[in-house]
Design a protein around this ligand. Structure first.
Ligand SMILES: [Zn+2]
Length: 291
């Protein structure tokens, strides 16, 4: 007989733990949105989340939303985003970039100090890792994780988002072997398209009303996103949406296999990878959702 565990879908590996709604505990804001629950994610099997690209997403209930921010930390706008989140006592996940962390380590530490989750979004955000050599793409992933983890006084999450959401079968297999959860998204805010704060709120809420739940993708590098966020969080509250804070079951662990800082030294590391050929991704990212 097949074991129950073996027959469970990937999303069932996520453990949910209820926490008291924190809105009532929010300083100076009794009507805050707050965090409704914390969702612990077991990344050991390399799950992938986000219906824009994958079959499965986070195990969210009706009206449950996960906030994610890419491309930072930014010297100015990340702090504006953090202030807006703090005002409503909500927690988010930041997919940060290694080179941005180098220049803005104070903002990265501020993300950690506020209790948000930190994941990685590559070393220098090349447009499409799937079109690079295996060696270079793996370096982008590992060097990013290592630099971000070293720049902050907490252990970061083994959560990864591909730049431009451009994955590949090979790189997804690599991420799974490393125990990284790969995050796409369910709802794009379109904030990377140069639209204004009102349009960001309108588009995000319209998509959310249709889907009723999901991961939302923003960019904390954008001033328009920082400007939109207070109104967006109020709209979520008005609409009866609930914020879920995702945290990893286990933290990121540095790869021991190779020196991935230096591209000429990567070849030996690549031999150990679980793929033999590079190539385009299995997943077509809609042009309108490629941040
Ligand atoms: Zn990005």
């Amino acid at each position: 007989m097949r074991s129950l565990v073996a027959s469970l879908p990937v999303c069932a590996l996520i453990l949910a733990s209820a926490t008291p709604a924190s809105a009532s505990d929010c300083p100076n804001n009794p009507n805050a949105l707050g965090v409704s629950r914390v969702l612990e994610i077991d990344t050991s099997a390399g799950p992938r989340f986000g219906t824009l690209q994958y079959k499965q997403t986070l195990d969210l209930g009706p009206k449950e939303v996960v906030l994610t921010f890419d491309d930072g930390p930014h010297y100015q706008n990340t702090k504006r985003v953090l202030a807006a989140l703090s005002r409503e006592c909500v927690k988010a996940t930041f997919f940060t970039v290694g080179t941005m962390v180098q220049n803005n380590s104070e903002a990265l530490q501020a993300i950690a100090d506020e209790g948000h989750t930190i994941g990685a979004h590559s070393w220098s955000h090349p447009r499409n890792l799937a079109r690079m050599s295996a060696a270079r793409s793996v370096t982008q992933i590992e060097r990013g994780f290592r630099a971000i983890d070293a720049a902050v006084d907490i252990k970061i999450a083994p959560f990864f988002r591909f730049p431009g959401l451009n994955d590949s079968n090979a790189l997804n297999a690599y991420a799974a072997k490393r125990g990284y959860a790969v995050f796409s998204t369910d709802i794009s805010s379109d904030d990377w398209l140069g639209i204004g704060p009102r349009a960001i709120v309108r588009r995000t809420m319209a998509r959310l009303h249709r889907k009723q739940r999901g991961i939302i993708l923003f960019h904390d590098t954008k001033g328009t996103t920082a400007a939109a966020l207070p109104a967006l969080l109020r709209a979520l509250k008005r609409g009866g949406y609930k914020i879920v804070h995702i945290v990893p079951k286990n933290s990121y662990v540095e790869v021991k296999a190779a020196n991935t800082d230096n591209e000429p030294g990567e070849e030996s590391a690549i031999a150990a990878l679980p793929f033999s050929a590079k190539g385009p991704g299995n997943t077509k990212v809609p042009a309108s959702a490629s941040p």
